[in-house]
Design a binder for this molecule. Structure first.
Ligand SMILES: NC(=O)c1ccc[n+]([C@@H]2O[C@H](COP(=O)([O-])OP(=O)(O)OC[C@H]3O[C@@H](n4cnc5c(N)ncnc54)[C@H](O)[C@@H]3O)[C@@H](O)[C@H]2O)c1
Length: 300
């Protein structure tokens, strides 16, 4: 009996334990790839509604966060929220359209944290004056407002990428995330400048991804997230009525989404952490749609 149990242990129990621990180690190392522990992540538009979720998500994944925004009070609120969950963050006043302001922000982040590992370009959105309603004369519409919308959404991404991206590129490792939109694959009525800019972001993401990989190596990556429709400050007037219901436009978005609803900003968090982390090491130049199926459905 004693002999049998010894051979049983050697032949069956030990290999099973070995396999089980191997499985656990592999499983852990896969999960570890998603960690942002001690990474320094800069988030422009960190004061916005999607920005709030981005700041929280990267902090929960272990990163130290630089919350960039034009409004100090709102940026400090985000910092407090990170500190409440035991994380580390700083608020940095920055206008992404002003290169000097972005360069000053870079110095502030470097002085505080010493390096930069990731950038999330979340400043942007539609500008109310740039909306071309169905009753607006298309050819008489406000071209200057459209230019401003392009500038904010496209150059408001390019300027920070060139300033913070230089630190990442010279370090030889890091991840940059641009925020695109459904408007980048199919034009959205009314928002000409926004549509043009988001198309530009897709082109810029691919262009920059190739340039950075060729010049600085495969550890310097750029990707984009294309969120579906999420109710935030920049689209509230387009999507909700003064009484708080959905506009016809919001209902059209819902009808065009297989999930039959708008998104919840928390549903962007996993994709953001994945693209910032080593889990997406072989992914660059891509746009990931997080849209409940809107972009993949013809509506029938
Ligand atoms: N909400 C959506 O449904 C949706 C969908 C697709 C893409 N997006 C994109 O996500 C990003 C975030 O938008 P959001 O919905 O959270 O809007 P939001 O208005 O809540 O946040 C945008 C933030 O950008 C900041 N910002 C604007 N101009 C700036 C400037 N010059 N310098 C610095 N900061 C500036 C604003 O102050 C604000 O904090 C935008 O690029 C937007 O186009 C949003």
């Amino acid at each position: 009996m004693k002999k049998l149990s010894k051979s049983f242990i050697i032949r069956f129990i030990i290999p099973i334990i070995g396999l089980y621990s191997q499985y656990n180690i592999n499983q852990m190392s896969v999960l570890n790839n998603f960690s942002l522990k001690d990474k320094i992540i800069v988030i422009t538009g960190g004061t916005g509604i999607l920005g709030e979720f981005f700041v929280k998500a990267v902090a929960e994944a272990g990163a130290k966060v630089a919350v960039l925004g034009r409004n100090l009070e709102r940026a400090e609120k985000r910092v407090e929220a990170v500190k409440k969950i035991g994380g580390e963050a700083i608020a940095v006043i920055t206008d992404v359209m002003d290169e000097d302001s972005v360069r000053a922000a870079k110095e502030e982040v470097l002085n505080h944290f010493g390096t930069i590992d990731g950038l999330v370009n979340a400043a942007g959105g539609n500008i109310p004056g740039a909306t071309i309603g169905p009753d607006t004369d298309l050819f008489g519409s406000d071209v200057q407002a459209t230019i401003k919308a392009v500038e904010l959404n496209l150059f408001g991404t390019i300027i920070p990428t060139h300033v913070f991206g230089q630190v990442i590129a010279e370090k030889g490792e890091g991840s940059i995330i641009n925020i695109s939109s459904l408007a980048a694959s199919r034009p959205l009525t009314r928002v000409l400048g926004y549509t043009v800019a988001k198309h530009g972001i897709e082109g810029y993401t691919k262009w920059m991804a190739a340039e950075l990989a060729l010049r600085y190596g495969e550890k310097v990556r750029v990707n984009a997230i294309a969120p579906g429709v999420f109710l935030t400050e920049q689209n509230r007037t387009l999507l909700t009525t003064p009484e708080g219901g959905y506009t016809e436009r919001a209902q059209k978005f819902i009808n065009g989404t297989p999930y039959q609803r708008l998104g919840d900003p928390s549903e962007l968090e996993g994709t953001l952490v994945y693209l910032l982390s080593n889990a997406s090491a072989f992914v660059t130049g891509e746009t990931v749609f997080v849209d409940g199926g809107f972009n993949s459905w013809c509506g029938v």
